[in-house]
Design a protein around this ligand. Structure first.
Ligand code: PLP
Length: 322
């Protein structure tokens, strides 16, 4: 998306042992050419971008648009995972300036494809105009949708730019609305499943990404685990063994510099050692509403059995021997 608008992508590494960067690390990457900063609510855990407002004040390229009104680069949250999450009572969607949610097929709430863009209620801009702009640019630059054109003699419209078509169709929106009614219960169940995983894996050396730190109410989107194994080959072997035991595990995510498109843009994984180290031992456990408590127990047993057969991570073996 950054590349599509002709901007230059800058990535920052995460902190050691974490998939998240610190706000200080993000602020250190900001230059006088930075227009926006994008953070990610990985696994449904809201990233606390609020300290960035102070750290970025007066910095960046803020000659026009929202950046000029904010007097700092725009803070955008990739909240694809975190619909319904909150931080100290403030819901995802109200923390950053702009927030993007995904309703893709694998998300907590799905419209098969599509999503939503929200903005802070106190954003210093004409919010009606912003909504109009978003609608126009998500409907290939057309100033009216089909319904608006059918009202009286209002057939005429303009196309103000050769934009993309990325609107959420009404039929798919209806799918999403029907899920909203039970979404709170769904979130509770996801949090319950995460607690079962924490219990079931307590003595295995597996470290689960924390979803309930102080003030955090995660949306419980992904059960991200760090395995006590040396690296990628052993992690992949565990995934294969789990599959043979009837458990489908995944990896979130392969760091972008390892993907061809980003390597071709000049990114080098050597510049992101913490993200690589986190990825190398990461495994995502099944987390969905068709899981029973007993299923979680079976996943934990299968994972523990596979780890028993794995060479242990050197640091951990030394610690347990001591
Ligand atoms: C962290 C994250 N960001 C962005 C996206 C993109 O969302 P969408 O597929 O709705 O464009 C996804 C998933 O698809 C995601 O997991």
């Amino acid at each position: 998306m950054i590349d599509h608008v002709g901007a230059r992508i800058v990535m920052v590494d995460s902190e050691p042992g974490s998939p998240f960067p610190s706000v200080e690390r993000i602020a250190a990457a900001v230059t006088d050419r930075t227009r926006a900063v994008i953070t990610v609510d990985l696994a449904g855990i809201p990233f606390d971008s609020r300290p960035l407002t102070g750290l970025l004040a007066g910095r960046g390229r803020i000659d026009t648009g929202l950046g000029a009104a904010l007097e700092r680069p725009v803070i955008i949250s990739d909240s694809a995972h975190s619909l319904g999450a909150s931080l100290q009572g403030r819901p995802a969607g109200s923390l950053a300036d702009l927030t993007a949610f995904s309703f893709h097929a694998v998300k907590n709430l799905t419209t098969a494809e599509g999503g939503a863009l929200t903005w802070r209620a106190d954003l210093p801009t004409d919010r009606e105009e912003l909504a109009r702009w978003v609608r126009t640019y998500s409907l290939h630059g057309q100033t009216k949708d089909a319904l608006a054109k059918s009202r009286g003699a209002s057939w005429e419209y303009d196309v103000i730019a050769p934009a993309y078509k990325c609107n959420l169709p009404d039929t798919l929106a209806a799918l999403g609305l029907s899920q909203l009614n039970r979404y709170e219960q769904n979130l509770d169940r996801r949090r319950e499943l995460l607690a079962h995983y924490a219990q079931g894996l307590a003595d295995t050396g597996v470290k689960l990404l924390e979803h309930d730190a102080d003030g955090v109410a995660s949306s419980g989107h992904l059960a991200i685990a760090t395995l006590p194994v040396p690296g990628v080959a052993e992690r992949n072997r565990v995934i294969q063994e789990l599959y043979a035991a009837g458990v489908s595990a995944n990896v979130h995510y392969k760091p972008l510099p390892l993907l061809t498109a980003y390597r071709d843009l000049g990114f080098d994984i050597a510049d992101f050692p913490n993200a690589y180290a986190f990825y190398a031992r990461e495994l995502t456990l099944p987390l969905h509403l068709a899981l029973s408590d007993a299923d979680v127990g079976r996943v934990c047993t299968a994972l523990a059995a596979s780890l028993q057969r794995s060479p242990r991570d050197a640091a951990r073996s030394t610690a347990s021997a001591a």
